[in-house]
Design a protein around this ligand. Structure first.
Ligand code: TPP
Length: 372
């Protein structure tokens, strides 16, 4: 029997039960990197150095950081335009991300796209398709393949509230429910789809629709990175044990315009101010500060890392125009997607149990020692 719970947040206790201190620091670091990279990129955009438009996820960092952190190396991710922390957690370097935004040869698409449509297939991430919400279908298709091949993997995708009004959303949900597919759907409810507010988008909160398709739907505080992690971790466990998909509705707020050109005049200032008090980074800093973590040292280290990455990206060459059409069509047999990084210590512990090498992120462990 499918259930829907409107509980706004998973209890703190259940989050920390699965998170070691190094994990909690990693989550903060991923959010700080996301915010810092996007702030740096926005200033580069204003200097005319980022071609195309610029989209960011300011204020929504916990949604991608928390969910991606719960995914194992062999899982597959379809990452959307406000989910930079997911790329970071999977192992894309800040220099590569900035190289991507600057259209450089060093970016993931090697200058073929800018700030939105990319994903490092070597890290198990599928590059974003612009038509919304087509990545829901891609994730569902991958989960179908895992089931048919008997592979123990889970697919995860993010999408916005506006995406839920399209027919493809319903087709994917229906098929995933019928087939009990190992897929996690993260609905990033950031209150607006471009200028359309929620009350003009749907008459019923879309999380309620999960029950109609026969699987679990739950609402999580999307500005609480640990609650996001815990909800996704549990959804992944359910998916891998045959319990089918989960629709996680992450309640958050788009704190900036739809893209850099948008002054979001249509959003009441009070609404933005209200959400500013729930900033996901400040929240995690408060938690860790109380545990004795040196937040300032972490902030400084992250800023230094971003500045070095910006310099590296700015000095990378532009792509050779002669190769502009390379890689547009698949000219040889496609390589399978690779596995991504999965820094959560829970995966490392399981690998140790199985006698394998730990996947624990050495950098995170060192950071914990230095900061606590
Ligand atoms: C089928 C389709 N229609 C329109 C667009 C243009 N578009 C890009 S993002 C966006 C808003 C999407 O809103 P939402 O799904 O809530 O995600 P958010 O941008 O708020 O994260 C629109 C209309 C698109 N990419 N695809």
């Amino acid at each position: 029997m499918a259930t829907h719970t409107a509980t706004p947040s998973a209890p703190e206790q259940s989050a920390t039960e699965h998170l070691a201190l190094e994990d909690r620091i990693w989550l903060l670091r991923a959010m700080l990197l996301m915010r810092g990279i996007e702030e740096r990129a926005m200033s580069l955009y204003r200097q005319g150095k980022v071609p195309g438009s610029f989209y960011d996820g300011f204020g929504q960092e916990a949604v991608s950081a928390g969910a991606a952190f719960a995914m194992a190396p062999q899982d597959r991710l379809c990452i959307l335009h406000r989910d930079l922390a997911a790329h970071i957690i999977r192992g894309v370097s800040p220099a590569q991300i900035l190289g991507q935004y600057l259209g450089r040869e060093s970016g993931i698409t090697r200058g073929r796209d800018g700030n939105v449509h990319f994903g490092d297939r070597r890290l198990g991430c599928v590059g974003m398709v612009s038509m919304l919400p087509d990545m829901i279908l891609v994730a569902t298709g991958m989960a179908m393949a895992f089931k048919l091949r008997g592979e123990r993997r889970c697919a995860l995708t993010w999408f916005g509230d506006g995406s839920t009004s399209r027919g493809d959303f319903h087709e994917a949900m229906n098929w995933a429910g019928v087939q009990k597919l190992p897929v996690v759907f993260v609905l990033e409810n950031n209150q607006y789809a471009y200028s359309t507010p929620l009350d003009k988008q749907f008459a019923v909160d879309p999380v309620e629709r999960a029950a109609a398709y026969g699987f679990v739907g739950l609402t999580v505080d999307g500005n609480d990175v640990e609650a996001m992690f815990e909800a996704t971790r549990a959804a992944r466990e359910r998916a891998l044990s045959g319990g089918g998909p989960t629709l996680i509705e992450a309640m958050t707020m788009r704190m900036h315009g739809h893209a850099a050109h948008d002054d979001m005049k249509y959003v009441p200032t009070e609404q933005v101010e209200e959400w500013r008090k729930r900033d996901p980074i400040e929240r995690q800093e408060l938690r860790l500060g109380e545990l004795g973590v040196d937040i300032e040292a972490l902030r400084v280290a992250v800023q230094e890392e971003i500045e070095a990455a910006a310099q590296e990206a700015l000095s990378a060459p532009m792509p050779d125009p002669a190769g502009a059409t390379d890689g547009v069509f698949c000219e040889r047999e496609a390589e399978p997607l690779g596995d991504g990084q999965a820094p959560w210590s829970g995966f490392a512990a399981r690998a140790l149990d199985a006698g394998a090498e730990p996947s624990r992120n050495a950098e995170a462990a060192a950071a914990t020692e230095a900061l606590s």
